[in-house]
Write a new protein. Structure first.
Length: 149
């Protein structure tokens, strides 16, 4: 289904696909035809968010990808020709997030999302807190809960 979806949207006017809990193979998201993916640069943790950028857009833009936390992925885009991206701004940020509770504390804090950028930023993702109480079908062992899985 994943490959079918990306095959269908590859030639459409879809620039970005932001996923929470992406399908992983050996710890990395699946490759998608016509798209380049970005994931967290924090090692040792399950990748909770991924962003896919259409290759036709990716060739005209520089991108800087980083993760302030394992559950937040920030992609900063600027044009290769240094022209403004949006409304006179040199760059724009796309922020993908997945909020969880580990030991009763939310993994995503407002300071991770609402930074002092000097360019437009768009926050996408799932800001709901994922717990057994809000999602009873998510049956996890106590060991997995302690690890934040």
């Amino acid at each position: 289904m994943f490959l079918t979806l990306f095959s269908l949207i590859r030639n459409r006017n879809v620039s970005f696909v932001c996923l929470q809990d992406p399908t992983l193979f050996q710890g990395s998201p699946l490759r998608a035809p016509g798209f380049q993916y970005y994931i967290s640069n924090i090692f040792g943790f399950k990748k909770r968010v991924a962003m896919y950028v259409n290759l036709s857009l990716a060739k005209d833009f520089n991108s800087l990808c980083f993760s302030p936390t394992v559950d937040v992925l920030r992609l900063v885009l600027s044009r290769n020709d240094r022209r403004p991206v949006l409304g006179g701004f040199d760059s724009v940020s796309l922020i993908n997030t997945y909020n969880r509770q580990v030991d009763g504390v939310n993994t995503v804090k407002g300071a991770d999302l609402l930074t002092d950028d000097f360019h437009p930023s768009l926050v996408v993702g799932d800001l709901n807190v994922h717990t057994l109480y809000t999602d009873p079908s998510r049956n996890r062992t106590s060991a997995k809960r302690q690890k934040g899985e």
